[in-house]
Design a protein around this ligand. Structure first.
Ligand SMILES: Cc1cc2nc3c(=O)[nH]c(=O)nc-3n(C[C@H](O)[C@H](O)[C@H](O)COP(=O)(O)OP(=O)(O)OC[C@H]3O[C@@H](n4cnc5c(N)ncnc54)[C@H](O)[C@@H]3O)c2cc1C
Length: 385
């Protein structure tokens, strides 16, 4: 069976859905092909926090990736922070879904003397580079978060926002659909090429003819390029989090503790609380939640906000996330050697916050042949063999 679609997007995660939405806004209909359900993988399981670029330089660089390696990504984060308030509104009007948007500033709570010294120095250095961050004393942390554990010495403060990641991904898909996109359930199993162009996407029971293909398959994107004889390096990590119900709402601050490896306590708009902790867990595509993670993250959370001991665990989520082989930047653009194949992956722990920017950039690349800003740092050219 053969059908036709102008642009076929393989993968209904936040990347695929944001591209479909931004294409639809430019009047280009696309078809999303998803083998499971929209937002069924990492995109529906994320904490849903949207952070400014300060987060990348203060928290990510030097902890999980080499110093300086996120500098090309700062604009992606800042575009997210700038656009989400309006985007949430648009998606409610166009897709009919409330994405659970809210402001959620971040306090990095500091209990340790050496961490205090280090962070105070970093804050003044980052401020001199115009990053938005400040140091607040212990009393100011307590005023914002009265439940914080004794021994608090102060903390860093920067702005932030949040959405419900599953609702947001679904809302992008539905708003795209309302503007002419279509969504089909099915697993892509191959691409049929003619010269330097792909002519159709092959599914188990049918084939879809297309002018343009976008591979937005998260950690599985390498399978897609493999159908065309191209390999991309892929670091696949498992990320987990707990969802709690608390007897009394926490104030609307995301509290994190510990440099790099600490806990993130994320109060959601509906009153639930997500506990996250980033690990460097290479799992060979095993996305099962682990008890060890649950116990350790709960302990770190109670050490930071003792009354979380009274909380009730309602969900333990785990999903696979694609990373750059040695850093944290995304991979996006046209697949070398193919005129009408595009890909986006390596969204690491930032796919939700980067999604407005990458959806816009990819739609511009496909429709206009270029994007407003230089995207060479993210180009597949240097990585595909
Ligand atoms: C616990 C956790 C917390 C996180 N917290 C945050 C956060 O707070 N903020 C943030 O910005 N990011 C966060 N992230 C990261 C974010 O979730 C990811 O970067 C993002 O979801 C990646 O989106 P994606 O569309 O590339 O991939 P995915 O969500 O993995 O989507 C890829 C889709 O492709 C489909 N697919 C694959 N192969 C095929 C095929 N052959 N045919 C058809 N369909 C196929 C899959 O089924 C899947 O639905 C978090 C992630 C996790 C796991």
């Amino acid at each position: 069976m053969l059908s036709q679609a102008e642009v076929v997007i393989v993968g209904g995660g936040v990347a695929g859905c944001s591209i479909a939405y931004h294409l639809a806004k430019q009047g280009v209909p696309s078809q999303i092909i998803e083998r499971d359900a929209i937002g069924s993988q990492a995109s529906g399981k994320a904490w849903g926090v949207i952070s400014p670029s300060t987060n990348l330089v203060l928290y990510v660089e030097g902890s999980w990736v080499p110093e300086g390696s996120m500098r090309n990504c700062l604009g992606l984060s800042d575009e997210g922070l700038r656009r989400f308030p309006q985007l949430a509104q648009e998606l409610k009007e166009e897709g009919g879904i409330d994405v659970g948007y809210g402001e959620l500033p971040v306090i990095r709570a500091v209990f340790d003397e050496s961490e205090e010294k280090y962070l105070k120095e970093r804050v003044s250095q980052l401020k001199s580079e115009s990053f938005e961050v400040s140091w607040i004393e212990a009393e100011e942390v307590k005023a914002r978060c009265p439940d914080i554990a004794p021994g608090i010495r102060g903390g860093t403060l920067w702005s932030g926002q949040q959405v419900e990641s599953y609702k947001y991904t679904l809302a992008l898909a539905q708003a795209a659909e309302a503007k002419g996109a279509s969504i089909r359930q099915g697993e892509a199993v191959g691409l049929r090429g003619q010269g330097s162009r792909v002519a159709s996407v092959v599914l188990a029971a049918r084939e879809v003819e297309t002018d343009v293909v976008v591979l937005a398959m998260g950690p599985w994107t390498g399978q897609g390029t493999g159908w065309l004889g191209k390999e991309i390096p892929m670091r696949v990590l498992r990320d987990q989090c707990l969802v709690l119900e608390v007897p009394q709402r926490l104030p609307p601050w995301r509290i994190t503790s510990g440099l790099g490896g600490g806990v993130a306590i994320v109060p959601k708009v509906d009153g639930k609380v997500i506990l996250g902790h980033r690990e460097d867990d290479m799992v060979d595509f095993d996305d099962r939640p682990t008890e060890e993670f649950g116990l350790s993250v709960m302990q770190m959370a109670v050490d930071t906000i003792p009354r979380l001991e009274e909380a009730r665990l309602i969900e333990h989520r785990a999903a696979l996330v694609a990373w750059h082989p040695s850093g944290g930047q995304p991979l996006l653009g046209r697949l070398p050697g193919w005129d009408n194949v595009y890909l986006v992956t390596w969204l690491a722990g930032f796919g939700i916050q980067w999604s407005p920017a990458l959806g816009r950039i990819m739609a511009d690349l496909i429709v206009k042949g270029h994007s407003a800003e230089p995207i060479e740092p993210f180009s597949p050219a240097g990585y595909v063999s």
